[in-house]
Design a protein around this ligand. Structure first.
Ligand SMILES: NC(=O)c1ccc[n+]([C@@H]2O[C@H](COP(=O)([O-])OP(=O)(O)OC[C@H]3O[C@@H](n4cnc5c(N)ncnc54)[C@H](O)[C@@H]3O)[C@@H](O)[C@H]2O)c1
Ligand SMILES: [Zn+2]
Length: 364
């Protein structure tokens, strides 16, 4: 078993990585002494597939648990479902030593983490991520949130989990499109911080896409370690260090939102976002053409989109203007300067952004 420790003083926690580790959850959690009662938050599909197995493993170690399900979509990240959950777990709680377990993708992780952050001014929770994106990204770092109708993730808190249990074996049932969305984030990690990982992705496509045990454990461990080190240095995204994780996300979020959140999923949108950011960087003479081509080729190799289709340029530009990460209206882009190295640059001219989008899009 690999263990990566995320070090944040009294908020430090272990991230366990091993295929099949879900069966050991009971013994891992007993050792952490979080309490004797767990509320497992998941959806109906995952409840049947994994939830009952998890419950059994907890029972062996005298942790009683109850499963609560939420709808299987981004809609679960709403006030309604948040309050509904709080109502239910408060009845189960009964002043027991209750902790929460998020069993699911990023949606369940974000919602459970947010409930844990506000219930009784904060209780313990565990992340058991079941999508590739959640295993290498959203389950780590303590960002929790629910959505408002006007924008995603507007209500949230930083609340670190007490442990993250990553079982790559759970990815076997993940639909291919979801798997690829996670791979887009892995390409992102390689492009911002890890040139050898970039080469590994290029040379091991078949193994990775067929979920070869060794290859998946290796890339997941590398990405988790990168995210962990970044979060340790800039937990609350105040120092501009955590910002580099947004490579591809500025234009990516705008594409996601302009497409009504159903044309492109998150991973697909950030794939094009990374290419546009690389194009801007190349146009500003910060990135050599051969490196721009390498990024485009890797995105294409993993069957992710490299061009925007059927979205109006104006729609993308106006979504971009609403980016909540911009400071005093000044835009901020993470631009690659080499494979494995990026710079954060503000005030990119609108025209340069438009040009890059048009170069990689059949926008009308
Ligand atoms: N907190 C953070 O730092 C952070 C970072 C990135 C994204 N996010 C959030 O994460 C969410 C997206 O997460 P996601 O991509 O994991 O999507 P998701 O949680 O919607 O899961 C995608 C789909 O996969 C299904 N699924 C999950 N595990 C499965 C499995 N093992 N087998 C088969 N099907 C499975 C789910 O039921 C769902 O239908 C967004 O709400 C986003 O805002 C948060
Ligand atoms: Zn992302």
């Amino acid at each position: 078993m690999k263990i990566i420790k995320l070090k944040l003083k009294e908020r430090s926690y272990p991230i366990y990585i091993e295929e099949g580790i879900i069966a050991k959850s009971g013994s891992l959690l007993r050792r952490l002494q979080l309490g004797s009662d767990a509320a497992i938050i998941t959806n109906q599909y995952l409840e049947k597939k994994i939830g009952q197995r998890l419950k059994g493993s907890l029972k062996k170690y005298n942790i009683s648990s109850k499963i609560y399900t939420v709808p299987d979509s981004e809609k679960a990240k709403s006030f309604r479902h948040c309050l509904n959950l709080i109502d239910k777990i408060s009845k189960y709680d009964n002043n027991k030593s209750l902790f929460l377990i998020a069993l699911g993708g990023g949606v369940i992780g974000d919602l459970t983490g947010f409930v844990a952050s506000i219930y009784k001014r904060g209780i313990a929770y565990i992340q058991i991520p079941t999508t590739l994106l959640a295993q290498i990204d959203s389950a780590i770092g303590g960002k929790t949130a629910i959505d408002l109708p006007i924008a995603k993730n507007l209500i949230g808190a930083f609340h670190q989990p007490k442990a993250v249990i990553v079982d790559p074996g759970l990815l076997k049932s993940l639909p291919k499109r979801q798997l690829k969305a996670g791979l887009a984030e892995i390409i992102k990690y390689a492009a911002i911080k890890d040139k050898p990982l970039f080469s590994f992705l290029k040379n091991n496509y078949k193994k990775i896409i067929s979920l070869d045990k060794k290859a998946v454990e290796l890339i997941e461990t590398k990405c988790i370690a990168i995210k962990t080190r970044i979060v340790e240095q800039d937990e609350k995204e105040k120092k501009g260090i955590r910002t580099i994780l947004n490579f591809g996300h500025t234009i990516g979020h705008a594409i996601e939102s302009a497409g009504g959140y159903n044309k492109y999923n998150h991973g697909e949108a950030i794939s094009i976002g990374m290419i546009c950011a690389a194009q801007i960087s190349h146009n500003l003479k910060l990135l050599r053409e051969e490196n721009l081509d390498k990024i485009i080729s890797l995105v294409r190799l993993y069957g992710l989109p490299t061009r925007i289709k059927g979205i109006a340029l104006n729609k993308i530009m106006s979504s971009l203007a609403k980016d909540k990460k911009f400071i005093h209206g000044r835009n901020r882009f993470v631009l690659p300067v080499e494979i494995g190295k990026v710079k954060v640059i503000s005030n990119i001219p609108q025209d340069a952004i438009r040009k890059a989008i048009l170069k990689h899009g059949s926008c009308y």
